[in-house]
Structure formats: C-alpha cells, structure tokens
Design a protein around this ligand. Structure first.
Ligand SMILES: NC(=O)c1ccc[n+]([C@@H]2O[C@H](COP(=O)([O-])OP(=O)(O)OC[C@H]3O[C@@H](n4cnc5c(N)ncnc54)[C@H](O)[C@@H]3O)[C@@H](O)[C@H]2O)c1
Length: 436
C-alpha cells in the first residue's frame, strides 16, 4: 500500500519505518529540513532503541523515503498519516492544532486522488471532523478522516509499534475501515487486537489512557508522601497493592513525578476539553496538581538535609531525560529540579547516558552553573550529594565504594527508589528515598 506519513518525530518516524517493514511503500515528510537531511544521510535524529536498524533496512530496500514536501506526500499516499506535534497551546492548556491544520491544508491543496487521512497525533475530541471539513475546503478530491491514536512508548517505541497491545481505529466509513484493517492486519497476527469505533470515542480513548496512567502515578506519590509521614515503606505498600490482579503492578511507581511529551500536555488538554463542556475532571485535575508538587520533592528533601542553605553547594544529578531509554527531555522532572537547585545558588554536575546535550540546551541561560559529564562517576566528584532522577538501568547497581570516595559528603537522594536503603546505609551513606 502507498502510505505517506507527515511528521518524522518519535511517532511519525517509527510508524513510517514500521509500515515500510511490512512491505508498504512509505514516503515520510517533515518541514524540518535538518531532520530530513539527516535521515537522507542515514542518521536518525532521535534516540530510540532499534529504530536505526529498522530505518536502514527499509531505506535500503527502497520502501522508505524522505521528503520536505507535503505536496509530494499528498500525491504519494492512498493513506496519509498525520503525526505532527500537538503541544500545549496556551495557559488554558488546550492542544495547539496549528501544525495539524497546516499539514492537512497543505496535503489537501495538492491531492490528485481520493485519500484516507489518519490522525495519529493525540488530538481533542472532534478534531477528525474539523480536519475533514478543513480539507474539504481545499480540495475537490474525496477525503475520509479517521482517528488512529498511537500508544507507543518512547524507549520501546519500535517494539510497541510492531507488536501493539491494540490498534484503535475510529471511523464510521466502511471503506476506510477496510483499508486500515488491511494496513494493520500484519501487526495483529497473533491476536485480534483491532478495535473499531467512532472517531470521537477513539480520540477520547487516547486521553483517557494517559490521564488514567498519570493518575496512578500521582496516587502512588500521594501514598509515598503519606508513607514518609507515618513511617511506612511505600515500596512494600506498592508490592502489596500490585499483587491484587484488579490493580496490577504496572505504573505504581512513586518518584519525582511524571514528565515527557505526553502525560503533562495530554492531561492539560483533557481538562481543557472538559472545561469547554462545563465539566471538571476532579481526578485528572488532582493528578496534575499532585505532580507539580511532586516534581520538587527531591529539592525539598535536599533543602531539609542541608538546613535550607544550598548556596555554593554542588550536586550531582544522574538521569536527565524524562524516563530511561530516550533522549526526550520535554517536561522532564530533572529540568524543574535543576532549575530550582540553581535558583537557590547551587552548582550542578550532570550526567545522562543520552540526553545530556538536549538537557543543556533546554536549561539555556541557566546552564552557567551546570556542567555536563560523560562519565557518571566524574559527575559525582566533589559533590555534596548525588541525586538519582531518572532510573537508567546502569544506575541500579553502581560502584558505591567508588561513589563514597568521590562524593564530598556521602548523601544519596534516590528519586526512583532504586537503591536498597539497608545496603547503602551499611556502607556509610545517608539515604533519602521517596516514601520509605
Ligand atoms: N512521543 C510519544 O511518545 C507519543 C506517543 C503517542 C502519541 N504521541 C502523539 O503523537 C504526536 C507526535 O508526537 P511526537 O513526539 O512524534 O512529536 P515530535 O515533536 O517528535 O515530531 C513532530 C514532527 O512533526 C513535524 N511537523 C510539524 N508541522 C509539520 C507540517 N506542517 N508538515 C510536516 N511536518 C510537520 C515537526 O517538524 C516534527 O518533526 C503528538 O500529538 C503526540 O502527542 C506521541
């Protein structure tokens, strides 16, 4: 099948390569010329495990090509997938649909055949209808717009896309349903994982999933803070809860709050949608409020430990991306933590396996008192404390003896409850976890 994908970000590039891998003829478009140039040189502009091999294989086979021209993409695909960004628009928290509308308009203006347009971006309820109306104003070709929200997770995006838990297709159009069923069938061989519904329900399903997962995290952070207060260990509470099959053990990890390019903006956008309909989503609103406070939990613990005076203190931060196995630092808790510590007069020694450069760029003007190190132990040298912010696997069992020698004072702030309190205390560290 001829497929065009508009937007070569974390979602678009993975989807394009995934479709190509099943034999489709895929043209991937982006307005970012640097990205397209890099892709044409064989470089992957983002870090995503396994994506380089997938792209390389399909480019070599001639099934995956890149262009900066949405017009060319419009003329290529029978199915046109929109995977552009939908960031937060304004203080109200609504989603910015300007990229989507710009892409849809440009595609429509250059259509020379009927198409099925697939909204893969996360968009508010009613967007498929708006895109259909908008495109209809710019073309006389028949256009059907379906909602097909994406559920891949950064860090395991390739596997998630190739073996999805479910594929949701939101359309009332029988022909579009058949074509998209054909497109996705190879991804759902072992199980019947395709769910068909109307576009509005599909659009809402995506937000409901992210809001629910965000709420689980905030619930556990609430339990962690209560555990701190009452002298319980939230890790034991977590295991006790997770062993109940009605609850399950995923997404029950307390920590420094959720970040990333999805949960924060999607909960805000969902709250905004509810407001537009005169409703308040109390649980989602609380999840967001709790998360804002939780992002600074480590800073509060550090402040208490050093009696409120951080001026001239030096802290090592391990893990800067919003979660392990990605270079994405959008809304990463580490950004809030670093900014707060710098504002209180501290200096920072930073390390991340992948995301360091992105992080320094995002810190911008504030990065003067922050230094980035390739080696985690160098980052720890002469620091007054080490803060574990993002739980990359290589941080799970560090050389604590070496750390003890390098740190100026042996204080550990474990923002992800990765380390065994008894073990590190027996080595002479002071340990601060979350809810333990
Ligand atoms: N990142 C994730 O883990 C994830 C998971 C599920 C869903 N989503 C959703 O998917 C969408 C895309 O997310 P992302 O993380 O891939 O974004 P991204 O920012 O990584 O990529 C978006 C790309 O779209 C391009 N673009 C913008 N306007 C364009 C236009 N008019 N024509 C062509 N290209 C254009 C940008 O240059 C950019 O490369 C968002 O709605 C997001 O919420 C993301």
């Amino acid at each position: 099948m001829k497929v065009s994908v508009i937007g070569t970000g974390y979602v678009g590039l993975v989807a394009a390569a995934g479709f190509a891998d099943h034999g489709n003829d895929v043209l991937c478009a982006d307005i970012n010329e640097d990205k397209i140039e890099a892709l044409r040189r064989g470089e992957i502009p983002i870090y995503e495990p396994g994506l380089d091999a997938l792209v390389e294989r399909n480019v070599a086979a001639g099934r995956l090509r890149f262009t900066t021209s949405n017009a060319e993409a419009a003329r290529h695909g029978r199915v046109i997938v929109l995977a552009v960004g939908t960031p937060t628009r304004d203080h109200g928290g609504g989603a910015d649909l300007s990229y989507m509308f710009a892409a849809a308009t440009e595609v429509a203006e250059h259509l020379d055949h009927p198409v099925i347009v697939v909204n893969k971006s996360t968009v508010p309820v009613g967007t498929a209808e708006r895109v259909a109306r908008l495109m209809g104003e710019h073309t006389s070709q028949p256009v059907t717009v379906a909602s097909n929200p994406e559920f891949l997770k950064e860090g395991s995006a390739v596997n998630d896309f190739m073996k999805p838990d479910r594929v949701i297709i939101g359309t009332a159009d029988e022909q579009a349903r058949k074509v998209l069923e054909l497109l996705y069938q190879p991804f759902c061989r072992t199980n019947d994982r395709m769910l068909f519904m109307d576009a509005r329900s599909a659009e809402l399903t995506k937000y409901a999933c992210n809001a629910y997962l965000a709420a689980r995290i905030s619930f556990m952070n609430d339990m962690a803070n209560l555990s701190d207060a009452v002298g319980a260990d939230v890790e034991r509470v977590r295991r006790g809860m997770g062993s109940d099959p009605r609850i399950g053990n995923k997404f029950l990890y307390p920590g420094v709050g959720y970040g990333g390019s999805c949960f924060p903006k999607d909960t805000r956008a969902l709250l905004n949608t509810a407001r537009e309909y005169g409703l308040t989503l109390e649980i989602v609103a609380s999840a967001e409020r709790i998360n804002e406070v939780q992002k600074l939990v480590l800073v509060r613990k550090v402040r208490a430990h050093f009696s409120g005076d951080l001026v001239g203190k030096q802290f090592a931060l391990w893990g800067l991306s919003f979660k392990p196995n990605t270079d994405d630092i959008r809304e990463a808790p580490a950004l809030r933590i670093a900014s707060a510590l710098l504002a209180e007069g501290a200096r920072l020694r930073l390390h991340d396996p992948i995301a360091g450069a992105n992080f320094m760029e995002a810190l911008g003007d504030k990065s003067g008192d922050a230094a980035l190190f390739d080696d985690p132990y160098e980052a720890a040298r002469d620091a007054d404390a080490l803060l574990l912010v993002t739980e990359w696997r290589q941080f799970r069992s560090p050389d604590f003896d070496r750390l003890k020698q390098l740190l100026r004072t042996p204080a550990l702030f474990d923002g992800r409850n990765q380390w065994d309190r008894g073990h590190v205390e027996s080595l002479g560290f002071t340990y601060h976890g979350i809810g333990r």
